[in-house]
Design a protein. Structure first.
Length: 408
């Protein structure tokens, strides 16, 4: 069964998505997500201009070999553009194999290890009332775990915090704005560190001990500040503190780890197992944040999570709206099958996206399930996708009060 046709579809139903569509000689279609927020066209070009020709005529069943070929073959390895492109190829081939076998992909990965994937939603607010409204809405929707982000007094815009009017709606905040250059936000780490523990104190007092609470520091702290925040949050029993430092320096996590028992999650910007080599071996984290979309697909993230499992480190796969429904499905199939599943981020896509990507997920009692359809269980409606051409959109960036560009 050979790959005959390779299409790259860029569509923007509310936000940009890049989808790889492989078609075999006998007409089986496989989909892969190649969406890299703010760099979508670079991955689309990588696939169209450099990968498509490698795929045509290849045996669609040879997933491992078709992973190694575009990884080792081109000389240049790793990096978010390359690894998102390889991820899309890998997902599409698993989708094809599942459709040919008549089985959902999680069955091919070893079968199910749980009833469904525990998922967390996003709540934010600039006021305590708005934040509480957002939390209540998510709880009403069945969420048992909620990420809490809050406005900081004195800062005009803080990433991850939606407008209070939107609290608890589908788009609590959008991770990218449709602008030709990134929107500028302001940042003050000292003000943030003073404010956040009180927010968690208020949330615990209002919602009790059972609700699982998470927080994302978006890579803005030094190791020492990360240690301070982790320690300050210990009384509020977080599920995790995410991305406390910009962790391309893996050793930074040693200092944080020495000073706090707050569980640590890292890796949504990492793209291979190599980025985790030291922090997993030294047990410096508790959760692996990689998404299937940005880390070489199901094949590579499965290897990464099997390595993590040796150290009792669990999955916490990235699942923002900039991962397409195809990428979310891939994460769910992997999450259903592995033993060391931890939690899945789940932001929910908008109505337009749900028309472009026909999905078979179920959401019951705080658990996500990929559904029973063969393959990944997502179909692309190409006509609907064609209604939404690409629009430039970027994540914001931030500067300190004196104008210095700060860490993401
Ligand atoms: O900033 O998806 O944990 N989730 C996040 C996201 C990311 C965006 C990056 O594209 O941090 O909001
Ligand atoms: Co994050």
């Amino acid at each position: 069964m050979r790959i005959e046709k390779v299409d790259v579809i860029v569509t923007s139903p509310g936000r940009n998505f890049v989808t790889l569509k492989l078609t075999t000689g006998d007409g089986v279609v496989g989909l892969g997500d190649a969406t890299l927020n703010g760099r979508e066209l670079a991955v689309a070009s990588y696939l169209r201009d450099h990968v498509a020709a490698l795929l045509v005529g290849r045996q669609a069943h040879n997933i491992e070999d078709t992973w190694q070929y575009p990884y080792r073959g081109p000389y240049w390895r790793r990096g978010p553009v390359t690894m998102a492109a390889i991820a899309a190829v890998d997902m599409a081939l698993w989708d094809i194999k599942g459709k040919v076998a008549g089985l959902p992909v999680y069955q091919l990965l070893g079968g199910r290890s749980r009833r469904g994937a525990l998922a967390y939603g996003h709540a934010s607010g600039t006021t305590v009332e708005a934040l509480f409204t957002a939390i209540r809405n998510l709880r009403d929707d069945g969420f048992k775990a909620i990420r809490i982000q809050a406005g900081v007094p004195g800062l005009a815009r803080v990433y991850g915090v939606g407008s209070d009017q939107l609290a608890g709606q589908r788009y609590d905040y959008a991770p990218a704005a449709r602008t030709t250059v990134p929107v500028e936000e302001d940042w003050d780490t000292a003000a943030y560190l003073r404010h956040i523990p009180g927010v968690f104190e208020a949330v615990r007092a209002q919602f009790g001990a059972d609700l699982l609470l998470l927080h994302d520091a978006h890579h803005r702290l030094t190791p020492n500040q990360g240690a301070q925040l982790g320690r300050a949050l210990e009384p509020f029993d977080l599920f995790w503190l995410e991305d406390c430092t910009p962790a391309e320096n893996q050793e930074a996590l040693r200092l944080v780890r020495q000073h706090t028992t707050t569980p640590l999650a890292i890796g949504e910007v990492f793209n291979t197992v190599w980025d985790y080599q030291q922090i997993i071996r030294e047990q410096l984290i508790d959760y692996v944040r990689s998404s299937v979309t940005h880390t070489g697909g199901i094949t590579h993230v499965k290897k990464l999570l099997e390595y993590a499992a040796q150290y009792q480190i669990k999955s916490g796969m990235h699942g923002p709206t900039d991962v397409s429904p195809v990428g979310m499905a891939a994460a769910m199939h992997l999450g259903m099958s592995i033993h060391n599943f931890g939690i899945q981020e789940y932001m929910k896509h908008g109505a337009k996206t749900d028309l472009v990507f026909e999905q078979s997920f179920t959401w019951t009692d705080g658990l996500l399930h990929p559904g029973a359809k063969p393959g990944l269980g997502v179909e692309l409606n190409v006509d609907e996708a064609g209604k939404y051409p690409y629009e430039q959109a970027y994540l914001p960036y931030n500067r300190l009060a004196d104008g210095t560009v700060h860490d993401w």
